[in-house]
Design a protein around this ligand. Structure first.
Ligand code: NI
Length: 214
């Protein structure tokens, strides 16, 4: 996604923002020795009600008690989304094999940023290609805009010259949330700007899940 929003700088900005609100004095930390993820304390997430791939209403609170692996994208995405989702699904499968009991506590969720084309039927077809547990959510453009804002996801429609179809530039934000819906950490996916073999493999996704899902 060459014309995509500068994700690295967006995430960089996020990290800076997090660094700014992190680093609480030792006395304010809940417990010494409790490891915090890179999204701990970030204001990401919040209540919503959207429509799943079967047309049922799904709310953020429905997932209470479960870890949530949330990925925002769109099914017509030509390159980045399918690669990321593939990797996340592979990593999740790996984690399911190595720790089935803990993996059962994780709900992977795909939320579209292209609600006009991603109807429940389209989303159903899309998510089923990646993992049987993956829930796909869509809604009205207004609902999606509100959720994207709550989850600090940036996206924008773009029409390449000479094309009748539009693309949706969007930030890449695979988030892991805890059973109370608080953000824990970013799931590693490749940075398209500076690809790094140590980052973004299915192995790394599995490791991240293993590290945080208790
Ligand atoms: Ni995409």
């Amino acid at each position: 996604m060459k014309k995509t929003i500068a994700i690295a700088s967006l995430l960089g900005g996020l990290m800076v923002a997090l660094a700014g609100c992190g680093g609480a004095p030792a006395g304010q930390q809940e417990k010494a020795g409790v490891e915090k993820g890179n999204l701990a304390g970030a204001r990401i997430g919040g209540p919503f009600t959207l429509t799943d791939q079967d047309g049922a209403k799904r709310s953020w609170s429905d997932f209470k008690g479960r870890y949530r692996l949330v990925y925002f994208g769109y099914s017509y995405c030509p390159d980045v989304c399918p690669v990321d989702l593939q990797r996340i699904a592979q990593g999740f499968r790996q984690f399911e094999k190595q720790a089935p009991d803990r993996a059962a506590k994780v709900q992977p969720i795909f939320i579209t940023l292209d609600p006009e084309r991603d109807t429940p039927e389209v989303v159903k077809n899309y998510v089923s290609a990646f993992h049987p547990k993956l829930i796909g959510l869509t809604g009205t453009p207004e609902e999606i805009a509100a959720v994207a804002k709550q989850f600090v996801v940036v996206y924008m429609k773009e029409r390449p010259q000479g094309s009748t179809d539009y693309l949706v530039s969007h930030s890449r934000t695979p988030y892991l949330f805890d059973p109370d819906g608080a953000p824990i950490a970013l799931i590693p996916v490749d940075d398209p700007v500076t690809p790094d073999v140590d980052e973004g493999s299915a192995e790394e996704v599995a490791k991240t899940l293993d590290r945080w899902v208790k």
